[in-house]
Design a protein around this ligand. Sequence first.
Ligand code: PRP
Length: 210
Amino acid sequence: MLNIALPKGRLGDKVYNLLSSIGYDCAEIYADNRKLVFENPDNGVRYLLVKPSDVAVYIAHGAADIGIVGKDCLDEGDFDVFELLDLDIGKCNMCVAAKNDYVEDPDRPIRVATKFPNIAKRYYASFNREIDIIKLNGSIEIAPLLGLSDVIVDIVETGTTLKENNLSVFQKILPISARLIANKSSYRFKQDTINELTEKLKVKLQEEKK
Ligand code: PRP
């Protein structure tokens, strides 16, 4: 069995649709239950539904062979995994955003609220700007509204959340998309199975680009 870690939520649905379109379906995944492990013995795959930020952890530790994860979660950690393919879905940008009328005070550190402290630190360190990080786990957009932070570093997909909270993008840090990743020893021992799936995904992505 090939153990595949899938991210639960928004990206997970897109990823699962992509996998099913190349024959790796598992109808039971849509059943209304709390199961987290789904198998399709016919094509030899087992899906593990995990939090998006945990996908690479399962892969790095070998608890899953391959997985699909946003580049945001991959860059935030320091995972010893192979990145096999850019799936061109779940596209968004990592951005600095703030209140529409925000003006930076160059004489003090910028207070940055984020779920991605490492990405934020690397970004500001690249031009030697001092910051104070406020690590949050969600609803980051509230932080500047309440004066908890000056800016946020967060993913922006449609821009709706920013707009509805009177925030604007001030800088784009990096483009994000979903990546297929593999555990290094799984890749060695299950190379044929993993390559077969990767090739099918490549063909599908090419078809969609036409
Ligand atoms: C993410 C992100 C933004 C929002 C951006 O949050 O942190 O809040 O999506 O999407 P948009 O540009 O399409 O509005 P998520 O939905 O993952 O929830 P969270 O606030 O719990 O992190």
